[in-house]
Design a binder for this molecule. Structure first.
Ligand code: SAH
Length: 201
């Protein structure tokens, strides 16, 4: 899997290292364990998926995270992305709207010994009590950028979020520089929908 990721253009050694030490098969359902190291998204229940390894690696690279950064993830899902970020030294906060998925992810966080703060709720409104964040990563596709996430970004902070329609999204990488935002976009991703007050209804 790691060879494939570097072949596809992932250069950040810290990302490749984290993805080589975290066992992805722990985050997929029993029938898919033998496919855990393929570069594909896999079902995790509740009509949701664990993101494709390339997508995880690419988003993580875009985040340009530093050790000790306070990071908010929206869309815990299986917990895989959260553990990759924690392994890279993030102080991680993660929100999931399906309690069933969150319960499962929390079991893995505990089992592997990662200190990750999590809650069940609507991540489109961020997590005010712990804001501001140095980095925010949204792992589900949104129709537009939720304003609360921009408001909860530190100066110098980076928000990575897929924006588009329900079929295809572009990854937006938004950097806050004091009170203005610098944006770049990359094309052609497919995420499950971000559902919530500032997402899809
Ligand atoms: N990061 C996850 C990817 C899971 S798919 C992983 O590594 O496995 C995206 C997840 O976002 C789904 O579990 C979905 O239930 C969740 N989600 C969608 N809308 C959300 C919202 N408004 N708040 C929190 N989670 C949401």
């Amino acid at each position: 899997m790691i060879e494939l990721l570097s072949h596809r253009g992932i250069r950040d050694e810290r990302v490749l290292r984290a993805m080589s030490v975290v066992d992805r098969h722990l985050f997929v359902q029993e029938p898919f364990i033998n496919r855990a190291y393929e570069d594909s998204a896999l079902p995790i229940g509740h009509s949701q998926t664990i993101s494709q390894p390339y997508t995880v690696a690419y988003m993580t690279e875009c985040l340009e995270m530093k050790e000790g950064d306070k990071v908010l993830e929206v869309g815990t899902g299986s917990g895989y992305q959260a553990v990759i970020l924690a392994e890279m030294g993030a102080r991680l906060f993660t929100i999931e709207r399906h309690m069933g998925l969150l319960t499962q992810a929390r079991k893995i966080f505990d089992k592997l010994g990662y200190q990750i703060v999590s809650k069940c709720g609507d991540g489109t409104i961020g997590w005010k009590e712990f804001a501001p964040f140095d980095r925010i990563l949204v792992t589900a596709g949104a129709p537009e950028i939720p304003q609360p996430l921009l408001d909860q970004l530190n100066s110098g902070g980076i928000l990575v979020i897929p924006i588009g329609d329900l079929d295809v999204q572009n990854l937006h990488v938004i950097k806050r520089v004091n009170d203005h935002f610098e944006k770049r976009e990359t094309f052609g991703f497919k995420f499950v929908p971000l559902i919530g007050r500032k997402g899809w209804r």
